[in-house]
Design a protein around this ligand. Structure first.
Ligand SMILES: [Zn+2]
Length: 677
């Protein structure tokens, strides 16, 4: 029976955060899942012949209320969680994935979608409708809907095997990370580490009931040690321990898992008529196909390599001069580059922070949006929130029309997960002729104000704020018809363009002058600081770029080929990355066997996208730079062609409409200091 007091089941526009009780969630989810099933049923049982409207559009608009409640709930689970909320999440998540499976395996529904899809060319559909139709059809076909029953059975078996193998892979990585510890009992072995890091190592030891200090393979312990520890032998042993994770002859070895996973993925792709796993994945990416990714990575490699070689030599000379070191090894890289960076720049956060008061930085981000896109942000106090720290704004365009509601939740709290993100609390869409505007939120973990100081940000936090605000603008300016093509619902090698491009303004004096003023004296950020920020951002960029290219090539070496012929994991790896190598190879190390991004996470055939996104944002920002960073025409073009379009068209088409051509790597190379002029 319907509980009349469940606010989540009533009609609302602004999220009624303060009125929702935890016990409202589960009954609401259950009821809304049933409602969605009924909607799907009425599509499949419709006696009329399938049309775009009664099938594709009906499917797209089904479950609206469920989506709304999901986005509220999962935002709370990330930003203001509790054991009770987490418990609900554990109950709800399987229900939602079961619903997803029921839909993608619903053959009656697929037959109706297919019947519309097969008539695509006769239907005279708009570009956005074609995109939606393709997407709906592929969500079934890529999952095996076109296969005969015995092949469907094979596909399910492969999927099951794949999920257990990647789970095994990640369990092994975790186990091997935890199996290692370096127990030090002599303080001299920690020489070079900052006081705080030594304390952290002592605490690790104490927590395990040991005396002295512990260093582990978890990043917060490993990285400071590699950066600061003067004891070279110990750096070497940790580097080797990290590199040989899951490569030793013990039960946590992942070589077999790597070979099996890549073969099964290949077999799955073949079954669905793709020549490789990479072909399958890249069909739904801006890059489009493996050839494009290879030429992208190889081109970047060719251009970055000479600079990486130069940096390597610079580092080698520095190590020789400082410590008489003849051969730079992999375990020396972080240590000497940290020392060289300090020598060259000596730029520390504490000097910069007084210039980055949070309120000033927010004002800076809003001003950029005003100058480029004609937006104004008006703080309003009467919008319901889930915590008193959350600020709310009405976002209006030049014509004073309400474009969006923007929520900002900036400080860490117990119950908020780490990191920074943008979320959509209400989708933008056009339904029954009404353009429903989106509700967007940015959640971050910036330094809180204290009794004596306001919130002062590090430069890294400043760029993070701009980054998430860029994702936010992608949401706020959205102007699509269908919610699943609106805002940030784009291919994932395109989604970081709006966020990363915005970071570029943080390095421009013209922009810093607007907001980077000393919170006590009102003095502008001194020009020498601006220059140092810029210069230090290119430090060792050649080596960093090369290492990213190397991982991108390694990913492709497992997924863009026929892996059935690969006998040795190490051999395949060495061959793939030989041209990116700077440091002498370590025989007992292997990256593939602990490369969780591609064998456990969702990045298989996608690692290149880190560099891809940077090429895009640098290339797009260059267009602003050439015409003035606050040029309103370029701003309008970016809003009209990119931000408002979401995923309604192929990203390469959108990008070309904005830039007049395909992206080129030159601007990135220039920004990273990897050019000769
Ligand atoms: Zn991002």
């Amino acid at each position: 029976m319907k509980n009349p007091k469940n606010i989540l089941l009533e009609n609302f526009d602004l999220a009624p955060f303060s009125k929702v009780k935890n016990e409202n969630y589960l009954p609401a989810f259950k009821e809304l899942i049933e409602a969605k099933k009924k909607e799907i049923n009425s599509i499949t049982s419709n006696p009329d012949a399938p049309t775009f409207k009664n099938t594709i559009e009906a499917l797209e608009f089904s479950g609206e209320k469920l989506d709304r409640v999901s986005s509220l709930f999962f935002n709370i689970n990330s930003a203001e969680t509790s054991t009770e909320i987490q418990k609900i999440a554990q109950e709800v998540s399987p229900l939602l994935s079961e619903l997803g499976n029921d839909i993608s395996l619903n053959n009656d529904l697929f037959l109706r979608v297919k019947s519309v899809y097969d008539k695509k060319s006769e239907l005279n559909l708009s570009v956005e409708k074609i995109t939606l139709l393709d997407m709906s059809y592929k969500s079934f076909s890529r999952n095996g809907a076109n296969l005969n029953d015995s092949n469907k059975e094979i596909l399910r078996k492969i999927d099951k095997e794949l999920s257990s193998l990647s789970l095994k892979f990640s369990e092994n990585v975790l186990a091997e990370t935890n199996n290692y510890e370096l127990h030090l009992t002599n303080l001299v072995d920690l020489k070079g580490l900052p006081e705080g890091e030594i304390e952290a190592a002592a605490l690790l030891a104490k927590n395990k009931g040991k005396d002295g200090w512990l260093i582990t393979l978890a990043y917060p312990s490993l990285i400071p040690f590699m950066k600061y520890a003067e004891n070279r032998d110990l750096r070497k042993s940790i580097k080797i321990a990290a590199g040989s994770k899951c490569f030793k002859k013990n039960k946590f070895n992942n070589e077999d898992n790597v070979l099996k996973i890549s073969k099964l993925r290949y077999q799955r792709a073949n079954l669905l008529d793709y020549s490789s796993h990479a072909d399958f994945v890249l069909e739904e990416r801006m890059a489009g196909n493996p050839l494009k990714v290879f030429s992208f990575l190889n081109d970047l490699l060719e251009k970055a390599k000479p600079f990486a070689d130069k940096e390597f030599k610079q580092l080698q000379d520095f190590a020789k001069e400082l410590d008489g070191l003849d051969h730079l090894e992999a375990w020396d890289y972080m240590y000497y580059s940290e020392k060289l960076k300090n020598k060259l720049f000596n730029l520390d956060d504490e000097k910069l922070k007084p210039y980055f008061k949070l309120e000033n930085v927010i004002h800076g981000a809003f001003t950029v949006a005003e100058k480029l896109f004609g937006l104004s942000f008006i703080e309003v106090k009467n919008i319901d929130t889930y915590h008193k720290d959350v600020k709310t704004y009405e976002v209006k365009n030049k014509e004073n029309e309400l474009l969006s509601i923007f929520y900002a939740d900036f400080h860490p709290r117990e119950g908020k997960r780490n990191g920074a993100w943008m979320d959509c609390l209400k989708n933008q869409k056009v339904k029954n002729g009404i353009n429903e505007r989106p509700h967007i939120i940015n959640v971050c973990n910036f330094s809180s104000p204290t009794d004596s100081n306001p919130s002062l940000l590090t430069f890294n936090e400043v760029t993070t704020l701009f980054h998430e605000f860029g994702h936010g603008l992608h949401g706020m300016l959205a102007n699509a018809t269908y919610p699943s093509l609106s805002g940030t619902n784009v291919y994932w090698d395109f989604v970081e363009l709006p966020s990363q491009i915005l970071e570029n303004w943080c390095y421009e004096k013209e922009c810093l002058d607007i907001f980077a003023v000393h919170y006590k004296t009102g003095e502008s950020l001194p020009i020498e600081f601006v220059e140092k920020i810029k210069e230090s951002s290119t430090f060792m960029k050649g080596i960093a770029t090369l290492s990213q290219i190397s991982l991108g090539l390694l990913d492709m070496a497992w997924h863009a080929v026929d892996p059935t012929k690969i006998k040795s994991v190490k051999e395949n790896e060495s061959h793939a990355i030989i041209k990116t190598r700077l440091f002498p190879e370590i025989d007992i190390s292997c990256t593939s066997v602990s490369f969780s991004h591609i064998f456990f996470g969702g990045y298989s055939s996608g690692y290149y996208s880190y560099q891809w996104a940077q090429v895009l944002d640098a290339d797009a920002f260059e267009y602003f730079k050439e015409n003035g960073i606050f040029n309103p025409e370029i701003g309008k073009s970016f809003a009209d062609n990119i931000l408002s379009k979401g995923g309604t068209e192929q990203p390469m088409i959108l990008y070309k409409r904005f830039r007049g051509r395909e992206p080129r790597p030159e601007a990135l190379l220039k920004r990273a200091g990897l050019t000769n002029n």
